[in-house]
Design a protein around this ligand. Structure first.
Ligand code: UT7
Length: 318
């Protein structure tokens, strides 16, 4: 039994913050941001828009694209680092907003690797026969964790959501998955705030050692791409599309080079929305499918990496 992608959907909030607008607030330039990251703008959730609100729109679009009624869904996983509340889970809140109840719903916290972690988990539920239709969402309102005076991080992140409907099928499907984590690197990318007796203690903003993260990401993503292909018995040349985590165009180019892939075979959306953490892969996937670039029967390699450190990849026959 395989998990097959039946449909995808995504949502970016209306408000756009351009590089030029950011350059009015911190000491940076459009030229610096574009050349170092590939990012041109990011979308910001409205003050009253929660992660579950963004997720709801993405899920409704994915269900419509899949031609699946919400009553058919029997598993919901939300990958997020910016949940609506400490608890209940954003998945339970989203399930209620969807108006369907009873089936398991839970959050997955693996930061920018959240979507590949969630997709891998849903795949296990489907392959084991436990569920027949899973909705996997990556959704973030990261703008709430950004120190808008820190030019090293505020230029990078944005808000958004993407969703995938997975159905059990005898036709492939998810071919191979590979997840990793190495907690020794938990200090180079973090938001270490926590509630304590009614107060928030620790830094509530994203802290990142950009250079160290960059180097780790380039190496880990190249390795995980190789091991996932080996697991599926496929060669680099069998991959039609790379659908990478959208953090930095230079990291994406480096992975493509390692796979001997032309950038023409890479879905790149980082310019439009920056790093949306767990939402970035499903946002790119949905853009690739809706633009007609990604066609049924093609082989896609998705891969993500982020705080933890946690990383992984999913190889799919679309
Ligand atoms: O999802 C995973 C999470 N994150 C990532 O994948 C991000 C990984 N890291 C990166 O994308 C890059 O490290 C950055 C884009 C964050 C930074 O690019 P870099 O090429 O690694 O620059 P750098 O940190 O080595 O900084 C170079 C210079 C420094 O100035 P000095 O010390 O050489 O004078 C920085 O202060 O650029 C300066 N700088 C900036 N200048 C203009 C840092 N941020 C900015 C800025 N505008 N926004």
């Amino acid at each position: 039994m395989y998990s097959r992608i039946a449909g995808t959907g995504s949502y970016l909030p209306e408000k756009i913050l351009t590089n030029a607008e950011l350059a009015e607030k911190v000491d940076t330039t459009d030229e610096w941001i574009v050349s170092r990251t590939g990012i041109r703008q990011r979308h910001l959730a409205a003050p009253d828009q929660l992660t579950s609100d963004l997720a709801l729109i993405a899920v409704e679009r994915a269900l419509a694209a899949a031609g699946v009624d919400k009553s058919e869904v029997d598993l919901l996983i939300v990958a997020t680092t910016t949940p609506d509340n400490i608890f209940p889970s954003t998945a339970c809140i989203l399930q209620n907003k969807l108006g369907v109840h009873g089936f398991p719903a839970f959050d997955m916290q693996a930061v920018c690797a959240g979507f590949v972690y969630a997709l891998t988990t849903a795949d296990q539920f489907i392959k084991s026969g436990a569920v027949k239709c899973a909705v996997v969402v990556g959704a973030e309102t990261l703008s709430n964790l950004i120190d808008w005076t820190d030019r090293g991080t505020c230029i990078l992140f944005g808000d958004g959501a993407g969703a995938v409907v997975l159905k059990a099928s005898e036709e492939p499907g998810i071919l191979a998955t590979h997840l990793h984590a190495d907690g020794r690197y938990n200090g180079i990318l973090k938001t270490d705030a926590r509630p304590k007796q009614g107060e928030l203690v620790g830094n509530p903003f994203v802290y990142m050692e950009g250079n160290a993260v960059f180097k780790f990401a380039v190496k880990a993503l190249a390795e995980v791409a190789e091991s996932t292909l080996a697991k599926a018995g496929l060669a680099k040349s069998d991959v039609d599309w790379l659908v990478p985590h959208q953090a930095n165009i230079r990291i994406i180019e480096s992975t493509a080079k390692h796979l001997h892939m032309s950038m023409d075979n890479v879905i790149v959306t980082v310019a439009e929305h920056g790093n949306t953490s767990a939402a970035s892969i499903p946002l790119a996937l949905d853009a690739g499918i809706r633009s007609g670039k990604i066609q049924r029967g093609q082989t896609l390699l998705m891969e993500g990496i982020g705080g933890g450190f946690a990383w992984g990849s999913v190889l799919v026959k679309y």
